[in-house]
Design a protein around this ligand. Structure first.
Ligand code: SAJ
Length: 476
């Protein structure tokens, strides 16, 4: 990758990416120690949270010759990395070993944060049982950082959260619990932070798209919003060393809201096609045909596809961070709430469709032998979080069905946040033994034509059997 200096990059970026600083970038930070360390690849990068977001980020920095230290409370992750192994399906052990050769290491000792020049936080932001934001991972991590915080360090939060988290939650903890009364740099001063006992803070949302190999990570533009212009530019320089394009915005809250808009856009549009699918079923129309036809419009339309429900650690969850915060402003985010209702209803729609399909064969759900094909929350990945397949399995079991599953990525389903299935993957054989086979996750591995050929009945929630005309197939 061409290593653009900040000045070059700003000149060849589209206008709307011009840094929003009030001085030309190279004047403000010309002699800044951290900026120079970043440019010389000498800056030591600490990444807290080595999951689906933090580990790929560590690898990107390592590729650009930075020495990266990963921090995680999960000793298994730390040990696996120490042994040169990977615990994420799409990240090969050879990538870990190559990063280790560049100095990448992992630790659970947060005291080592004192050695870092930049600290990037990539921890989960789930919902609690009341469907409210659970910031405990962010606050626990911030409490762990604060005692080791150093003047001049740059702290960046990447975890998806509501606008205000960085400045209203994270910064106060860092300032209150840091040693030597450190303060987050504010205003437009460019003085040397270490002399002023200051640290820099920014928010920069992650844009990991699990399973997407079409777009190289470094080609995904990185939005950055600093507490002050200098923090924005330092974070811009840091991310600009690994991403082709950085997009500065005016504040951490603007960056936090940018991420939420991206994911709410998906959540609402998926709910739209889910609702239209239910209508099309009643009208005898094929929603998939309609979406494909609408997709021929070369502008003003982006296809989304109906499914069995919304899974993943982001799309079903992030919108409710904004709903919750909006109440503080006496504002109801009705689109988000309606989308949530529609998407949450989809597993129940699938159950009803299975019941209807069995009924056509003079069978009931109670006592039926059902095989669930694919349990990951979306195709071709190894992640079960919030997967609608788990809800569908539990609903079928409650109705008395005998449920088996197959998924190439999961030999076993144990206990998770909202489920405890303790199921072992069944082999994909003797498919005629099942009263119904339900395609919940349309992994590319499956030979759908063969499956339909052998099955008695197939309920397809993903249009995976497109082009296979068979009376055995019910699309729902
Ligand atoms: N889904 C549909 N219909 C669609 C698209 C998705 O039913 O047309 C379902 C999927 O099956 C899945 C859920 O929605 O269950 C979420 O899938 P997703 O691909 O929209 O979201 P994630 O969580 O895998 O990853 C997303 C990223 N995806 C894309 O932008 C395509 C991106 O929004 C974020 O970088 C990431 O969440 C995150 O971490 O925020």
């Amino acid at each position: 990758m061409t290593n653009h200096s900040a000045a070059n990059r700003s000149s060849d970026q589209p206008k709307n990416d011009q840094p929003k600083n009030d001085q030309p970038k190279n004047d403000r930070l010309k002699n800044d120690p951290l900026k120079n360390k970043i440019e010389q690849r000498q800056a030591r990068i600490g990444i807290i949270g080595l999951g689906y977001v933090g580990l790929p980020l560590a690898l990107l920095f390592s590729e650009q010759k930075f020495a990266v230290t990963g921090f995680d409370i999960d000793q298994r992750k730390v040990d696996t990395i120490a042994q040169g192994g990977s615990y994420i399906y799409r990240i090969g052990a050879e990538e870990i070993r190559a990063a280790k050769a560049q100095g990448f290491s992992a630790t659970s000792d947060y005291a080592r944060l004192v050695e870092m020049d930049a600290v990037i936080i990539c921890v989960p932001t789930p919902l609690n049982q009341y469907h409210e934001p659970d910031l405990s991972f962010i606050t626990d991590t911030t409490h762990a950082i604060a005692p080791h915080l150093q003047a001049g360090q740059l702290v960046v939060l990447e975890s998806t959260t509501y606008p205000g988290t960085t400045e209203e939650v994270m910064v106060p903890i860092l300032e209150k619990e840091s040693k030597n009364g450190l303060k987050a740099a504010r205003g437009t001063s460019c003085d040397d932070a270490s002399a002023k006992n200051e640290f820099f803070v920014a928010f920069s949302p992650e844009r990991e798209d699990p399973g997407n190999t079409a777009v190289a990570r470094r080609d995904i533009p990185k939005v950055v919003g600093g507490v002050n212009p200098k923090a924005s530019e330092l974070a811009g320089a840091l991310y600009g060393s690994i991403f082709q394009r950085t997009v500065p915005v005016s504040s951490p809250a603007a960056a936090e809201m940018t991420k939420l808009l991206e994911n709410i856009y998906r959540c609402v549009n998926i709910a739209l096609v889910n609702e239209l699918k239910l209508l099309c079923l009643r009208m005898g129309l094929d929603i998939w045909e309609v979406i494909d036809a609408a997709s021929t419009k070369p502008f003003g339309f982006h296809p989304f596809y109906p499914g069995p429900g919304l899974g993943g650690h982001c799309i079903p969850i992030d919108p409710f961070y904004l709903s919750w915060k909006a109440k503080e402003f006496d504002f109801r985010t009705r689109f988000i709430e309606l989308a949530g209702e529609i998407n949450n209803n989809m597993p129940y729609h699938v159950l009803a469709s299975i019941g209807g399909a069995l009924n056509q064969h003079k069978k009931s759900v109670n006592g039926a032998r059902v095989l669930i094909l694919g349990v990951a929350y979306k195709k071709d990945i190894d992640d079960l979080r919030e997967s609608p397949a788990l809800t569908i399995i539990e609903l079928l079991q409650k109705e008395g069905a005998q449920v088996n599953y197959h998924d190439p990525y999961f030999p076993f389903i144990g206990k998770g946040r909202k489920y405890d299935l303790q199921m072992k993957r069944t082999e994909l054989e003797q498919l005629a033994q099942y009263d119904c086979i339900v395609i919940v996750t349309d992994h590319s591995d499956y030979d759908y034509r063969k499956i339909v050929g052998e099955a008695q009945l197939v309920v397809d929630t993903r249009n995976a059997t497109k082009g296979i005309d068979s009376p055995k197939v019910v699309r729902c």
